[in-house]
Design a protein around this ligand. Sequence first.
Ligand code: PLP
Length: 385
Amino acid sequence: MKTIYFDNNATTKVAEEVLQEMKPFFCELYGNPSSMHTFGGQVAHSIRRAREQVAALLGCDPTEIIFTSCGTESDNAAIKGTLAAYPNRRKVITIRVEHPAVLTVCRELKNHGYTIVELAVDKQGRLDLAELEDNLNDDTAIVSIMYANNETGVVFPIAQIAEMVTEKGIVFHTDAVQVVGKIPLNLARSNIDLLSLSAHKLHGPKGVGVLYVKKGTRLSPFMLGGHQEAGRRAGTENVPGIVGLGKACELAGKNIDAENKKVKYLRDKLENAVLKSCPDSRLNGDKDNRLPNTTNISFEFIEGEAILLMLDKFGICASSGSACTSGSLEPSHVLRAMGVPFTAAHGSIRFSLSRYNTEEEVDFTIKKLPPIIEKLRKLSPFVAK
Ligand code: PLP
């Protein structure tokens, strides 16, 4: 059975070109980039090139790139590194729909006496900028607001937010893990101080990420040890991963417009057909300000997991909004924060597409999904018979 992969916000396929670029760094060019010999020096050169490729996609200087092990590490390093650099400031502002890589860090900081403000979002998943402004004060060390939400794809007005926050002398961090490669960025012309990304979300390998640190931003290192990354992140570099990320950024930069157009067309076709053919279905999140590849649809009165299992029988991979993977039956914290009713939040499915999806795959899914929904509704104890 062919796999139809609509779970690209969870992770993406490594591009063939990326894999080819990485291969020599396992068994041929395996030197340590910190070594004095020429053999290691070649590797250091490849890391420099990857840094330039990442910087070109982000529109920043290569010296502003710190390689990390993943998006989660970048988020942790941004928040904890800023608090360590500003020991007299004790307040952190974030939003309720953040990824756990930010939210869990903030909630843990509460146990260490920090004041954490988690701003609410409206029914469409949007932020009230006036409320953010009211919460900024001299005690605020950092504001961390994601660029786009991983479950709904809702994009936040980051340029406006970054300006508002940094104007007050507060550090602004954004988790752009779902954005890099999908939305063009020009960080040199932005007020963003810190930005996180992760290679495996843009057809690069797992286990490598970046923390962008704008020149002049105060940040204490999160990982201590050797002198790698100019003393800002210790640990021998994941060379194949870094080289792969560089190539993934180069590919993303080349194709961003054409890919967005194709992916958005497929996403819209899937979304419109599903909403039309499945009664009691609804779109979650701001329809107009979304990533081009993401749709999050609730099917009232049925369980998302049951839908996923039935889609899986046809080789279709999507994801549900509930946190069942963590062993909890709680529906997604994102949808609950948006006030999506319990019965709808439980039956939510996220389809996230990539450049590798085809129209045939979308057409196949459009055919298979409505009968699944109908069958599950017949079995549901919540539907009025
Ligand atoms: N932030 C967001 C918005 C994400 O979607 C993810 C992964 O799903 C992460 C952070 C964590 O990234 P990583 O898997 O590289 O740790």
